[in-house]
Design a protein around this ligand. Structure first.
Ligand code: FAD
Length: 299
């Protein structure tokens, strides 16, 4: 029987100061090793006995990983950037409302102060709040090992609950999010049982608009499948179409496609039926907000 307040297993703890030291440790794959950033997922799992590594390696003192910046046409976020720092950065950037709200929706201030972007992505929870906006904004990750680097789309990185495309000798180095082009508007919504809970369902909608023409409509939905789902239906229905009525047939058809495309299950937070019903409504509400924001209207 595990006591959920203490770590019962013995392990070695390492805090490398730079990437070179980090890769010395990560490259030694012979010992059961757990990488940790803010520890808000890893430490509860260790306390509950779900993980008992021989070595725990913290990334938090590796200076090269802690940044949030504009690099060319991308917002680039280092692996150990804290969610609070990312939210503060996004506040000053136009057209990234969904990203700001998705990042800010994680837990409460204690969690935002500790949790990192790489930790949130690598936990690969289908309910993660920062993931829907990043997916809908076509984010990619730069993965690094001692001798090589590769980029992978976030949608290809997330394979299932707790499963990613990360190889044993790799770490997430940074997240790359294309800067929204002009005419972009976005919205993030989260339904939860009580305040600061994990989402029953969350969704990001990102539209690009030229006058009344919807150039594209990207929708990502969490807690409704084995990973956060990037949907194709809404864009097929609305992309290139003139939107004259925000309550009209086209929008309702796109909403119905959201409910059809998700694959929710019954679990402790909600039922599949509720999630399917509410998904189309959340989509239609979010579309309205994103559409108005794309024209610079506040809603
Ligand atoms: C009370 C509470 C409330 C929460 N509420 C929410 C919520 O509302 N919404 C939500 O989305 N989440 C929530 N969470 C989950 C959690 O806070 C997030 O998933 C957090 O972002 C994880 O980041 P971390 O830095 O703490 O990760 P850690 O726990 O340190 O690590 C998580 C995983 O990421 C891996 N990892 C970390 N950095 C790297 C890297 N650079 N390269 C490769 N792998 C890496 C670790 O090996 C581990 O597998 C909550 C957690 C708690 C405890």
């Amino acid at each position: 029987m595990h006591n959920s307040r203490i770590l019962t297993n013995e392990f070695e703890f390492f805090q490398p100061a730079d990437l070179s030291e980090l890769f010395d440790l990560v490259s030694d794959t012979g010992v059961e090793t757990q990488l940790m950033a803010g520890g808000t997922d890893v430490l509860p799992q260790m306390k509950e006995g779900r993980k008992s590594p021989q070595r725990l390696i913290s990334t938090m003192k590796v200076k090269e990983l802690d940044f949030v910046t504009l690099e060319g046409n991308y917002i680039t976020i280092g692996a150990t950037a804290k969610l609070k720092a990312i939210a503060a950065f996004c506040k000053d950037i136009p057209s990234v409302d969904a990203l700001y709200d998705g990042v800010s929706a994680v837990g409460k201030i204690q969690i935002l102060n500790m949790a990192t972007i790489a930790g949130n992505i690598c936990t690969a929870s289908p309910a993660a709040d920062p993931v829907p906006p990043m997916l809908a904004m076509d984010a990619s990750l730069t993965l690094q090992s001692r001798n090589s680097q590769r980029d992978i789309a976030l949608k290809d990185f997330l394979l299932g609950p707790g499963r990613t495309a990360l190889r044993p000798e790799e770490i997430v180095y940074k997240v790359n999010i294309p800067m929204p082009q002009s005419g972009t508007g976005s919205e993030f919504k989260k339904l939860e049982r009580v305040s600061a809970d994990i989402a029953k369902i969350n969704m990001a909608v990102v539209v690009i608009r030229k006058g009344n023409i919807c150039q594209s409509c990207k929708v990502a939905v969490g807690s409704c499948g084995p990973t956060t789902l990037l949907l194709s239906g809404p864009d097929k229905i609305l992309g290139g179409k003139e939107i004259t009525d925000l309550e009209g047939e086209l929008i309702r058809e796109a909403g119905a496609s959201v409910s059809d495309e998700i694959t929710p299950i019954d679990d402790i937070r909600s039922s599949a039926e509720y999630r399917r019903k509410v998904a189309s409504v959340i989509f239609m509400d979010s579309f309205k907000v994103a559409w108005a924001r794309a024209e610079g209207e506040a809603l």
